[in-house]
Design a protein around this ligand. Structure first.
Ligand code: S3P
Length: 448
């Protein structure tokens, strides 16, 4: 099986220092979930898909490269302005080289769905972090749809070779965990099925795939299912017509300047154009429960999503109990919430975090270790994280385990801790938020 070469940039430690009040207006980069999907749907459509505001992070660039390998022509006109001329649903090219997704879980898993629905064979690989992440959860439903795994590393991991099917079978699939990646892989495979594909989820996960399916001309219906779930039904083999996609600012990236403003005394900032899709807004709900001074200004619609400018001011936060049911709508935000909780008075209990163990790192352990290294009282009880906040001594060195959100979260902590906070490596921040440091510095953050 072909193996991709992994020449990592050498690790570069970075420290964050206690900073004066943060102020100003910033726009975070385009949403990562929407950016991956814009490229993938561009690949599957006929004609020119024009994208505005694409996140130019490493993860998304890997997906662009994979789309090219599968037959798309892709051009970058200017920052964030891209065009994709698709190969078209059912007409993907057989890739001649490994699809190397680097650190990108979303890109690799969604593309497995695409490949599974076409009569091609593709080898998938990634970096040391991605090679540790479970792929069986994606491969199991794709096998029901007719795909075959020809080779795989132990435990259903990368690198693996997937053979797709020319006639994916129509299935009804209940996702075993709330995961937009599983849902999306099944739907993307089902797109090229001659029948109807149904996905049932007990807890609703982010709905960008469903929205984009409809935007590109597919017949898709999403209906409530049970108390918190959805049932999504897709008619296969639609005419997929190229569209324009405007990518709103990423709420998961906005979370870093947002929490920074809440914990650095005297801060008052505005974060512009942030997507406020309710399936991504769990952090905002939680911070408001913690007495955060957060206001939504200029609410509007951009590219089919609700967006707003978010004003955030320094706040005396209080600890709260975060219910497990909220996890799908803030799954990537627990590391930065844990940082906010460290500065909050009292105890914050974040419940039901088992999925955090299979992200870019074991985020539950990585967060707890980083908190302890900086003098924060915390413990993991089953799948809950308990943080007793108030005083953050800082002075610690945080192990990031190739995880961008761990790096950014602890750098934000350092802006308000008594002593500096150092992360062992900042290079992987470029996977999702290449301009993190200059954007934060424009607000007044101090790094060295
Ligand atoms: C994503 C879904 C989430 C999230 C990831 C992006 C997506 O993963 O953690 O960063 O774009 O579909 P799961 O679906 O595995 O929860």
């Amino acid at each position: 099986m072909p193996h991709a070469a992994h020449a990592h940039a050498p690790a570069a430690p970075l420290s964050a220092h206690r900073s004066g009040p943060l102020s100003g207006r910033v726009r975070p980069p385009g949403d990562k979930s929407v950016s991956h999907r814009a490229l993938i749907f561009g690949l599957l459509a006929i004609g020119e898909t024009k994208i505005e505001g694409l996140l130019e992070g490493e993860d998304v660039l890997r997906t662009a490269q994979a789309c090219r390998q599968l037959g798309a022509k892709i051009l970058r006109h200017a920052e964030g302005r891209w065009s994709v001329w698709g190969a078209g649903l059912g007409s993907l090219l057989q890739p001649t080289e490994t699809l190397d997704f680097g650190n990108a879980g979303t890109g690799s898993r969604l593309m497995m769905g695409v490949v599974a629905g076409h009569p091609i064979v593709a080898c998938f690989d990634g970096d040391a972090s991605l090679r540790k992440r479970p792929m069986k959860r994606i491969l199991d439903p794709l096998a029901l749809q007719g795909a075959q795994v020809l080779e795989q590393a132990e435990g259903g991991r990368l690198p693996l070779v997937l053979q797709g099917s020319s006639e994916p079978l129509p299935v009804e699939y209940k996702t075993p965990v709330a995961s937009a990646q599983i849902k999306s892989a099944v739907l993307l495979c089902g797109l090229n099925s001659p029948g109807r594909t149904t996905v049932i989820e007990a807890e609703a996960s982010r709905d960008h795939t469903e929205k984009m399916l409809a935007h590109f001309g597919a017949k898709v219906v999403s209906a409530p299912h049970g108390p918190h779930g959805r049932k999504i039904t897709l008619e296969g083999r639609p005419e997929m017509t190229a569209r324009e996609v405007r990518v709103p600012a990423d709420p998961s990236s906005a979370a870093f300047p947002l929490v920074a403003a809440l914990i650095v005394e005297g801060s008052d900032i505005v974060i512009e154009g942030v997507m406020t899709n309710p399936l991504r807004s769990g952090l905002l709900t939680t911070l408001q429960e913690m007495d955060a001074d957060v206001a939504f200004e200029n609410r509007r619609e951009e590219g089919g999503e609700e967006v707003a400018d978010i004003r955030a001011r320094f706040s005396r936060l209080t600890g709260v109990d975060v219910p497990a049911a909220r996890a799908p709508s803030m799954i990537d935000e627990y590391p930065i919430l844990a940082v906010a909780a460290s500065f909050a008075l009292g105890e914050t209990r974040m419940r039901g975090l088992s999925e955090l163990r299979v992200k870019e790192s074991d985020r539950l352990e990585a967060v707890a270790a980083g908190l302890k290294a900086n003098g924060v009282d915390c413990e993991i009880v089953d799948d809950d994280l308990i943080v007793r906040g108030g005083r953050v001594a800082g002075g610690g060195m945080v192990e990031t385990h190739l995880d961008h959100r761990i790096a950014m979260s602890f750098l934000v902590m350092g802006l308000a801790a008594e002593k500096k906070v150092t992360v062992d490596d900042e290079t992987m921040i470029a996977t999702s938020f290449p301009a993190f440091r200059p954007l934060m510095e424009r607000l007044g953050a101090r790094f060295s």
